[in-house]
Write a protein that binds this ligand. Structure first.
Ligand SMILES: Nc1ncnc2c1ncn2[C@@H]1O[C@H](COP(=O)(O)OP(=O)(O)O)[C@@H](O)[C@H]1O
Ligand SMILES: [Mg+2]
Length: 241
Protein backbone atom coordinates (compact mmCIF):
# COMPACT_ATOMS: atom_id res chain seq x y z
CA UNK A 1 0.00 0.00 0.00
CA UNK A 2 2.80 2.39 0.89
CA UNK A 3 4.99 4.19 -1.66
CA UNK A 4 7.95 6.52 -1.20
CA UNK A 5 7.78 10.05 -2.62
CA UNK A 6 10.85 11.61 -4.24
CA UNK A 7 11.22 15.12 -5.66
CA UNK A 8 14.35 16.01 -7.65
CA UNK A 9 15.36 19.44 -8.96
CA UNK A 10 11.85 20.81 -9.15
CA UNK A 11 11.35 24.27 -10.71
CA UNK A 12 7.74 25.36 -11.06
CA UNK A 13 5.39 28.33 -11.03
CA UNK A 14 2.63 29.92 -13.02
CA UNK A 15 3.17 30.30 -16.75
CA UNK A 16 6.59 31.83 -17.26
CA UNK A 17 6.89 32.93 -13.63
CA UNK A 18 9.11 30.63 -11.59
CA UNK A 19 8.12 30.39 -7.91
CA UNK A 20 9.84 27.17 -6.78
CA UNK A 21 13.54 26.70 -7.43
CA UNK A 22 15.59 23.53 -7.18
CA UNK A 23 13.34 21.73 -4.70
CA UNK A 24 14.71 18.35 -3.59
CA UNK A 25 13.35 16.10 -0.88
CA UNK A 26 12.35 12.52 -0.38
CA UNK A 27 10.02 10.85 2.06
CA UNK A 28 9.85 7.20 3.00
CA UNK A 29 6.50 5.51 2.72
CA UNK A 30 4.20 6.46 5.56
CA UNK A 31 6.18 9.45 6.82
CA UNK A 32 4.58 12.73 7.82
CA UNK A 33 6.17 15.96 6.60
CA UNK A 34 5.42 19.39 8.08
CA UNK A 35 5.78 21.86 5.17
CA UNK A 36 6.43 25.24 6.75
CA UNK A 37 7.29 28.77 5.68
CA UNK A 38 6.05 32.33 5.89
CA UNK A 39 3.12 33.50 3.81
CA UNK A 40 3.91 33.55 0.08
CA UNK A 41 7.00 31.32 0.26
CA UNK A 42 5.60 28.68 -2.13
CA UNK A 43 3.98 26.03 0.09
CA UNK A 44 0.72 25.92 -1.85
CA UNK A 45 2.64 26.09 -5.13
CA UNK A 46 4.63 23.01 -4.07
CA UNK A 47 1.52 21.02 -3.13
CA UNK A 48 -0.19 22.11 -6.36
CA UNK A 49 2.91 21.18 -8.37
CA UNK A 50 2.90 17.68 -6.85
CA UNK A 51 -0.72 17.44 -8.00
CA UNK A 52 0.11 18.72 -11.48
CA UNK A 53 -1.90 21.94 -11.59
CA UNK A 54 0.92 24.50 -11.89
CA UNK A 55 3.51 24.98 -14.64
CA UNK A 56 6.43 22.64 -14.02
CA UNK A 57 9.62 23.86 -15.71
CA UNK A 58 12.14 21.24 -14.58
CA UNK A 59 12.51 18.27 -12.30
CA UNK A 60 11.04 14.92 -11.45
CA UNK A 61 8.40 13.67 -9.02
CA UNK A 62 8.39 9.95 -8.27
CA UNK A 63 5.75 8.00 -6.38
CA UNK A 64 7.48 4.66 -5.94
CA UNK A 65 8.36 3.77 -9.53
CA UNK A 66 5.66 5.97 -11.07
CA UNK A 67 6.83 9.16 -12.81
CA UNK A 68 4.17 11.61 -11.62
CA UNK A 69 5.81 14.50 -13.47
CA UNK A 70 4.76 12.86 -16.73
CA UNK A 71 1.13 12.45 -15.65
CA UNK A 72 -1.78 14.87 -15.92
CA UNK A 73 -3.47 15.90 -12.69
CA UNK A 74 -6.33 13.35 -12.63
CA UNK A 75 -3.89 10.47 -13.19
CA UNK A 76 -1.82 11.61 -10.21
CA UNK A 77 -4.89 11.49 -7.98
CA UNK A 78 -5.64 7.96 -9.16
CA UNK A 79 -1.99 6.95 -8.74
CA UNK A 80 -2.28 7.64 -5.02
CA UNK A 81 -1.93 11.37 -4.32
CA UNK A 82 -4.82 12.45 -2.09
CA UNK A 83 -5.27 16.21 -2.29
CA UNK A 84 -7.03 18.35 0.31
CA UNK A 85 -6.62 21.84 -1.14
CA UNK A 86 -6.54 25.04 0.88
CA UNK A 87 -9.99 26.09 -0.33
CA UNK A 88 -11.60 22.72 0.62
CA UNK A 89 -13.33 22.38 -2.71
CA UNK A 90 -16.16 20.05 -1.80
CA UNK A 91 -19.36 19.94 -3.88
CA UNK A 92 -21.45 22.55 -2.07
CA UNK A 93 -24.77 21.57 -3.64
CA UNK A 94 -24.39 17.82 -3.03
CA UNK A 95 -25.01 16.06 0.28
CA UNK A 96 -22.17 14.73 2.39
CA UNK A 97 -23.08 11.22 1.27
CA UNK A 98 -23.12 12.24 -2.41
CA UNK A 99 -19.77 14.02 -2.03
CA UNK A 100 -18.22 10.79 -0.78
CA UNK A 101 -19.86 8.35 -3.17
CA UNK A 102 -19.29 10.59 -6.22
CA UNK A 103 -15.55 10.06 -6.03
CA UNK A 104 -15.19 6.62 -4.42
CA UNK A 105 -12.52 4.80 -6.41
CA UNK A 106 -11.21 1.27 -6.07
CA UNK A 107 -7.75 1.14 -7.68
CA UNK A 108 -6.90 -2.03 -9.56
CA UNK A 109 -4.66 -4.30 -7.58
CA UNK A 110 -4.95 -2.16 -4.45
CA UNK A 111 -7.17 -3.35 -1.64
CA UNK A 112 -9.87 -0.69 -1.31
CA UNK A 113 -9.75 0.19 2.36
CA UNK A 114 -11.57 3.48 2.38
CA UNK A 115 -15.29 3.53 1.78
CA UNK A 116 -17.78 6.25 2.74
CA UNK A 117 -18.73 4.03 5.70
CA UNK A 118 -15.16 4.02 7.00
CA UNK A 119 -14.95 7.79 6.60
CA UNK A 120 -18.01 8.05 8.86
CA UNK A 121 -16.26 5.88 11.44
CA UNK A 122 -13.27 8.22 11.33
CA UNK A 123 -15.46 11.34 11.54
CA UNK A 124 -18.68 10.51 13.44
CA UNK A 125 -19.64 14.18 13.14
CA UNK A 126 -19.93 13.69 9.36
CA UNK A 127 -22.14 10.63 9.78
CA UNK A 128 -24.66 12.77 11.63
CA UNK A 129 -24.61 15.26 8.74
CA UNK A 130 -24.65 12.75 5.89
CA UNK A 131 -27.88 14.11 4.36
CA UNK A 132 -26.88 17.77 4.69
CA UNK A 133 -25.66 19.75 1.71
CA UNK A 134 -22.01 20.80 1.51
CA UNK A 135 -22.83 24.47 1.98
CA UNK A 136 -24.80 23.72 5.17
CA UNK A 137 -21.72 22.36 6.95
CA UNK A 138 -19.53 24.25 9.40
CA UNK A 139 -15.94 25.00 8.39
CA UNK A 140 -14.69 22.04 10.44
CA UNK A 141 -17.23 19.66 8.92
CA UNK A 142 -16.28 20.86 5.43
CA UNK A 143 -12.63 20.15 6.22
CA UNK A 144 -13.51 16.65 7.45
CA UNK A 145 -15.50 16.08 4.27
CA UNK A 146 -12.56 17.30 2.17
CA UNK A 147 -10.30 14.78 3.94
CA UNK A 148 -12.95 12.08 3.48
CA UNK A 149 -13.16 12.81 -0.24
CA UNK A 150 -9.42 12.38 -0.56
CA UNK A 151 -9.56 9.12 1.44
CA UNK A 152 -12.22 7.39 -0.67
CA UNK A 153 -9.78 7.55 -3.60
CA UNK A 154 -7.61 5.27 -1.46
CA UNK A 155 -4.40 7.32 -1.66
CA UNK A 156 -0.85 6.53 -0.55
CA UNK A 157 -0.27 10.17 0.42
CA UNK A 158 -2.48 12.89 1.82
CA UNK A 159 -1.52 16.47 0.91
CA UNK A 160 -3.19 18.82 3.37
CA UNK A 161 -2.89 22.55 2.69
CA UNK A 162 -3.50 24.49 5.93
CA UNK A 163 -6.16 22.05 7.12
CA UNK A 164 -6.54 23.73 10.52
CA UNK A 165 -6.93 27.29 9.25
CA UNK A 166 -9.82 29.17 10.81
CA UNK A 167 -11.15 26.23 12.81
CA UNK A 168 -12.26 26.21 16.47
CA UNK A 169 -9.75 24.61 18.90
CA UNK A 170 -12.00 21.61 19.61
CA UNK A 171 -12.28 20.86 15.87
CA UNK A 172 -8.52 21.32 15.45
CA UNK A 173 -8.02 18.63 18.13
CA UNK A 174 -10.45 16.30 16.37
CA UNK A 175 -8.75 16.74 13.00
CA UNK A 176 -5.26 16.31 14.43
CA UNK A 177 -6.34 13.08 16.12
CA UNK A 178 -7.83 11.81 12.86
CA UNK A 179 -4.73 12.74 10.84
CA UNK A 180 -2.48 11.04 13.41
CA UNK A 181 -4.63 7.92 13.21
CA UNK A 182 -4.35 7.92 9.41
CA UNK A 183 -0.58 8.22 9.45
CA UNK A 184 0.21 6.04 12.48
CA UNK A 185 -2.39 3.29 12.20
CA UNK A 186 -3.46 3.28 8.56
CA UNK A 187 0.00 3.65 7.03
CA UNK A 188 -0.70 6.78 4.99
CA UNK A 189 2.02 9.30 4.28
CA UNK A 190 1.17 12.97 4.71
CA UNK A 191 2.43 16.41 3.76
CA UNK A 192 0.84 19.02 6.00
CA UNK A 193 1.19 22.73 5.26
CA UNK A 194 0.89 24.92 8.33
CA UNK A 195 1.68 28.49 9.33
CA UNK A 196 1.45 27.57 13.04
CA UNK A 197 3.91 24.72 13.35
CA UNK A 198 3.43 23.77 17.00
CA UNK A 199 0.12 22.06 16.28
CA UNK A 200 1.60 19.65 13.75
CA UNK A 201 5.18 19.15 14.94
CA UNK A 202 3.85 16.61 17.42
CA UNK A 203 2.53 14.38 14.63
CA UNK A 204 5.32 14.97 12.07
CA UNK A 205 8.47 12.96 11.35
CA UNK A 206 10.15 15.51 9.10
CA UNK A 207 10.17 19.26 8.57
CA UNK A 208 10.77 21.13 5.33
CA UNK A 209 10.96 24.93 5.48
CA UNK A 210 10.58 27.10 2.36
CA UNK A 211 11.82 30.65 1.97
CA UNK A 212 11.39 32.51 -1.31
CA UNK A 213 10.56 29.30 -3.15
CA UNK A 214 13.66 27.43 -1.96
CA UNK A 215 14.25 24.83 0.73
CA UNK A 216 16.08 26.45 3.65
CA UNK A 217 15.72 23.53 6.05
CA UNK A 218 15.11 19.80 5.65
CA UNK A 219 15.40 17.69 8.76
CA UNK A 220 13.85 15.55 11.46
CA UNK A 221 10.95 16.92 13.51
CA UNK A 222 12.19 15.62 16.87
CA UNK A 223 14.96 18.21 17.48
CA UNK A 224 12.51 21.01 16.71
CA UNK A 225 10.01 19.61 19.18
CA UNK A 226 12.71 19.85 21.83
CA UNK A 227 13.90 23.34 20.79
CA UNK A 228 11.68 25.46 18.57
CA UNK A 229 14.03 28.45 18.45
CA UNK A 230 15.23 27.74 14.89
CA UNK A 231 11.59 27.68 13.73
CA UNK A 232 11.03 31.13 15.14
CA UNK A 233 14.00 32.30 13.10
CA UNK A 234 12.75 30.75 9.84
CA UNK A 235 9.12 31.62 10.31
CA UNK A 236 9.39 34.91 12.18
CA UNK A 237 6.96 33.76 14.85
CA UNK A 238 7.12 32.92 18.53
CA UNK A 239 7.35 29.25 19.45
CA UNK A 240 3.72 29.26 20.66
CA UNK A 241 2.29 30.63 17.40
N1 LIG B 1 -2.07 31.69 -9.53
C1 LIG B 1 -0.92 32.37 -9.36
N2 LIG B 1 -0.36 33.07 -10.38
C2 LIG B 1 0.80 33.74 -10.21
N3 LIG B 1 1.49 33.78 -9.06
C3 LIG B 1 1.00 33.12 -8.01
C4 LIG B 1 -0.23 32.38 -8.10
N4 LIG B 1 -0.48 31.80 -6.90
C5 LIG B 1 0.56 32.16 -6.11
N5 LIG B 1 1.43 32.94 -6.77
C6 LIG B 1 2.68 33.51 -6.23
O1 LIG B 1 3.52 32.44 -5.85
C7 LIG B 1 4.21 32.75 -4.65
C8 LIG B 1 4.00 31.64 -3.65
O2 LIG B 1 2.63 31.59 -3.31
P1 LIG B 1 2.01 30.38 -2.50
O3 LIG B 1 2.55 29.12 -3.03
O4 LIG B 1 0.52 30.56 -2.52
O5 LIG B 1 2.60 30.65 -1.05
P2 LIG B 1 2.20 30.03 0.38
O6 LIG B 1 1.23 28.91 0.17
O7 LIG B 1 3.49 29.62 0.99
O8 LIG B 1 1.58 31.17 1.16
C9 LIG B 1 3.70 34.11 -4.18
O9 LIG B 1 4.65 35.08 -4.58
C10 LIG B 1 2.42 34.27 -4.94
O10 LIG B 1 2.17 35.63 -5.21
MG1 LIG C 1 -0.76 28.64 0.80
Amino acid sequence: MAEALRVNGLHAGYGEAVVLQAIDFSLAAGQTLALLGRNGTGKTTLIDTLMGVTTQHQGEIWLGDQALHRMAAPARALAGMGWVPQERNIFRSLTVDENLSAVHHQPEGRAARWTPQRVYELFPRLAERRDNLGHQLSGGEQQMLAVGRALVLNPHWLLLDEPLEGLAPIIVEELLRAIARLTREEGLGAIIVEQHPQAILAISDRVLVLEGGRVVHDGEAAPLRADAAPLARWLGVGPKD
